[in-house]
Design a protein around this ligand. Sequence first.
Ligand SMILES: C[S@@+](CC[C@H](N)C(=O)[O-])C[C@H]1O[C@@H](n2cnc3c(N)ncnc32)[C@H](O)[C@@H]1O
Length: 321
Amino acid sequence: MQILNHNDLSLAQGTDPGEPGKLTEDNLSVQLTPYFSSSQITLYRGDAAILLSKMPNDSVDCIVTSPPYYGKRDYGIVGQLGLEDHPQAYIDKLVEVFSRAKRILKPAGSLWINIGDTYWSGKGRSHGEDAKQKNRRFNRPQDKRGTGPWCVPKQLLLIPHRFAIAMQEDGWVVRNDNVWYKPAPIPDPIADRCSLAHEYVFHFVKQRKYYFNAKAVAIPSNGKRETKPPFSVWIVPTVSEQTTSYRKKHIAAFPEQLVSLPILATCPPNGILLDPFCGSGTALFAAIARGEGRKAIGIDISEEALQETKSIADLFEKCRV
Ligand SMILES: C[S@@+](CC[C@H](N)C(=O)[O-])C[C@H]1O[C@@H](n2cnc3c(N)ncnc32)[C@H](O)[C@@H]1O
């Protein structure tokens, strides 16, 4: 069996590492070597689909993640997800990643996925500098001339729900399409529709009975019972809305508050959380900060992101001693 280090791994596939399903027998025999490992956190660098296919069965209690959104960012890395020509190709790749993650998730485990939507624009590549175009300095797939009924100008692609339906078809049970409501989102300079102020956090499970600590996430009730289940609309300011002295370098970090409910409800004491698109590690640190022996595993294709995660993990480790 071939053993490679993390730097070799993303180059070792003999194919575009961003194309799940193109694994060969050779690269399946590559063993996992961590990019970083501490008493509580293990990080792997490379393509999520490939690395997930090398992890042991039933080895994590919950998966909490946010994949790259469709056409939102160019991380400038071969194999990155999110820049596929057609949204269907993006959805297919995501479903493939999570079908590999399913084998690793324990039977009573939960999968939580934060995902946002995108409009098709079809306007061609932008060269401008106005507010709306600041995010468009790369060749976004949705700016090209599209094919088929989804890819027409002004169309909301409905990616989150198309993705959730594809996950259902792949055998996942959808428990909630929780809405993340952002009280003060980045202004959307449009004049003929409502401004988007929400994303989704889907909760998927593998089977009818699963671990869910209802008590840990219950909210006060005025009725006969003292508490009731939490609502499916979560009001959480984005990272840029929050006033904090510490600013992460990662441009797409989600707020820690967004992952508290998933962790409290579905990552048991001594449990292991996995984030296959961990970026700056928000979900990993939120899990280990809860204590009670929780551990976390992160995967990301970007060395820059993992460097940031590693430096925060080092601080956590120092605080332990
Ligand atoms: C939305 S960001 C996640 C941010 C993270 N939740 C945080 O709070 O920092 C998505 C991440 O997916 C990574 N990524 C993109 N394509 C990937 C792939 N094929 N395999 C693994 N990671 C990938 C990007 O480098 C990026 O850090």
